[in-house]
Design a protein around this ligand. Sequence first.
Ligand SMILES: NC(=O)c1ccc[n+]([C@@H]2O[C@H](COP(=O)([O-])OP(=O)(O)OC[C@H]3O[C@@H](n4cnc5c(N)ncnc54)[C@H](O)[C@@H]3O)[C@@H](O)[C@H]2O)c1
Length: 265
Amino acid sequence: MSSPYAGSVAVVTGAASGIGHATASRLIELGARVIGLDRDVGAPQGVDLRVTDVTDRASVLAALADLTSIDRLFNCAGVTGAAGPETTLRVNVFGLRDVIDMVLPLMPDGGSITNIASVGGWKWDKNFELVQGFLATVGIDDLGDWCTDHAELLAPSAYPFSKQCVVVETLLRCAELAPREIRVNAICPGLVDTPMLGSAPAGRGYVSAFPLPFGRMTTADEQASVLVYLGGPDAGAVSGVILPTDQGLLASVRVGALASPFGDA
Ligand SMILES: NC(=O)c1ccc[n+]([C@@H]2O[C@H](COP(=O)([O-])OP(=O)(O)OC[C@H]3O[C@@H](n4cnc5c(N)ncnc54)[C@H](O)[C@@H]3O)[C@@H](O)[C@H]2O)c1
C-alpha cells in the first residue's frame, strides 16, 4: 500500500528539535519531501532544513521562495514563557500566523495545517473574546504596549495565553479555509520529553510538579504520530479539532480526579 504522504511536500517549523524533529523524521519515512524551518540546525537526515526565524517575515519568505506547492504545514516551532511575554507571543502566535499566511498561497485545495497548542492553553474558552480581540487587533508594532497593559494576564508566564491564541487561531482558520477543504487542527500535549523543558521556568518547580497521569512524560514521537495522522489524508473529515495528547490529564482535571496544575490563568 502506498504511503498517504508519498510525493507530497510538507513544511515543518521547529524541525531541528523535539516534536518538530520527530514529525519531520516520520514524514521522511512516509515518503514526503520535507522542508524544515528552524532558527537552529540539526534536522533529521533527508530534511531540507532552511535556517529561518519564524518571527522574521523576510526570512520565512526567502525560505519558501523556490517552492511552488506545499501540501502540508506543521507548525511545531515554539518557546516557553521563560523567553518573556513579548518574545513568547511573537514566536508562538505571530510567527505561527505569519507562516500560515505565507504558506497558504502555495497550498492547493485539500491541504492541511496542523498546530501545537498545549494543555497550558486549556482555558481558551473562558478567554475567547479577549483572545479573538487580541488576534484581530494587535500587531507587531503595538505588541510591547499590549503586553505592558496586560501584565497581570501574562504573569507569571505568557505561555498559557500564547497557547490559547494557538487554539483560537486554529478554530478561526478552520472556518475560513473549509471552503477550500484545507483542514486545520491542533494537538494539546501535556509534558513532553524534549529539550524545551530545559528552558521551562524550573525555579517555580513547574516541570517537577506537573501531573503525569501515566507516571511518565510522553515522547516527541508519540506527539509526532498524532500530528502526522491529523495532517494526512487519513484524517480527511477532521478539521477544527483541538486534540489533547496529554495522557488524559484534562479529562482527569475535568472530573475532579486530579487538581488543576494551571490555577485560574
Ligand atoms: N515539550 C513540552 O512539554 C511541550 C508541551 C506542550 C506543548 N509544547 C509545544 O510543542 C512545540 C514544540 O516544542 P518542543 O517541546 O519540541 O520544543 P523544542 O525546544 O525541542 O523545539 C522547538 C523548536 O522551535 C525552534 N524555534 C524556536 N523559536 C523559533 C523561531 N523564532 N524561529 C524558528 N524556529 C524556532 C527551536 O529552535 C526548536 O528547534 C512548541 O510549540 C511547544 O510550545 C511542548
